[in-house]
Write a protein that binds this ligand. Structure first.
Ligand SMILES: Cc1cc2nc3c(=O)[nH]c(=O)nc-3n(C[C@H](O)[C@H](O)[C@H](O)COP(=O)(O)O)c2cc1C
Length: 185
């Protein structure tokens, strides 16, 4: 059975990011995967404290809810991270999450816990789906350090209305299929 870990980096519990990530989760669960779903804005966790302990051992010394999620990511087959675009970037909690992924990479920037398929989900207010493409590529440059093999990037535009994704049948199918793919590949 595939283990999939999903992170929602939106503060809107019923917003577009949540809609799409819930569909990825459904696609994965319907096809036999075990899904762990984390909502970052509901979690108590610290930003990386730059202690560099994870350069000496393959774990984080901060004992909080992200530490727990980190253990799931270590053994996961797939990881899904969803973030709205705020001020042309991922939201703050998502950036803090990536910093806390430092234990996933060794001192040579090689993944410590093998290769995992990854799906990135972004939502943005602006209408042009290519507007943040270079930012998405730039962000993806760190994924190999963690062993994340990015197989799909799903972008929801015009997302200030929290119902936008719900109305987009094609996008919803894409999200569901991404979950199915993670469960079956
Ligand atoms: C503080 C803030 C900054 C934002 N900055 C941008 C931006 O730079 N570009 C953009 O396209 N949308 C921007 N937006 C719109 C959000 O990306 C959009 O509302 C969000 O993706 C909706 O996702 P959700 O429904 O999951 O909350 C911003 C929204 C907020 C609240």
């Amino acid at each position: 059975m595939k283990e999939i870990v999903i992170f929602n980096g939106s503060p809107r519990m019923d917003g577009n990011t949540a809609t799409l990530l819930n569909l990825v989760a459904k696609g994965a669960r319907d096809n036999g995967a075990d899904v762990h779903f984390y909502t970052l804005f509901k979690m108590k966790f610290m930003a990386c404290q730059s202690c560099f302990a994870c350069r000496l051992k393959d774990d984080c010394v901060i004992n909080d809810e992200v530490h727990e999620a980190l253990q799931k990511v270590k053994t996961a087959d797939g990881v899904v991270i969803g973030s709205p675009i705020y001020m042309m970037q991922m939201t703050g909690p998502v950036k803090n999450l990536y910093d806390r992924f430092f234990p996933l990479t060794d001192t040579e920037w090689r993944p410590r816990f093998g290769i995992k398929k990854m799906v990135a989900v972004y939502t943005q207010g602006m209408a042009d789906p290519c507007l943040f493409e270079s930012y998405f590529d730039y962000t993806a440059a760190m994924f190999p350090w963690f062993g994340f093999d990015l197989v799909e990037t799903i972008v929801c535009t015009d997302a200030n209305d929290p119902e936008t994704a719900e109305r987009d049948a094609a996008l919803k199918i894409r999200a569901y299929e991404a979950g199915r793919m993670l469960a079956l590949d």
